[in-house]
Design a protein around this ligand. Sequence first.
Ligand SMILES: [Fe+2]
Ligand SMILES: [Fe+2]
Length: 196
Amino acid sequence: MRAWTATARRVREEIGQEARYRHSIGVARTAERLAIAHGLSARRARTAGLLHDLARLWSKDRLLLEARRRKLPIDAFDLAHPVVIHAPVGAELARERFGVTDAGILSAIQKHTLGAAEMADLDAVLYIADAVEPGRVYDGRAAMLETALQDLDAGMRAVLESTLARNAERGLTPSPKTLACARAYGAVIPEELLHA
Ligand SMILES: [Fe+2]
Ligand SMILES: [Fe+2]
């Protein structure tokens, strides 16, 4: 518990913004609930949640620079939407600055924004927790959390379908990673996104 408090304090300093820090705590707690509900490690889920957004407030230029410096793969979608690079860069920061060596935690942080064709349960827990933590305010949030507490795959489908519906509404093409993730979970993909 002492270690947790010390880490949380460092995360608060590292992020440097109260709202983003509170979101990180909300994601950590929600990830922990989901992990316990599904017989996964509460500690790993909590750590992934706390550390997932370390680079979320970085500028586009800084994200691109730091990703290139670390030779992280950057695809066309990332270049068009550099904010998504905060996920892989965040995983690197968790390793470099917080000493995280657990590949499962690092993977969950890496995949938390776009998802991926292959998701471990811990990846899914963080992906869902990021979308449904109590600090987020939108219709259907609590229902999606309830669904995910009952059934992790159904929770993934619900979050992916809500994300894709929002993309379709705004005329935004999702990342190929998100589409691959949606296919892997059998989520319904809006017709217009299939021909984008
Ligand atoms: Fe994020
Ligand atoms: Fe987040």
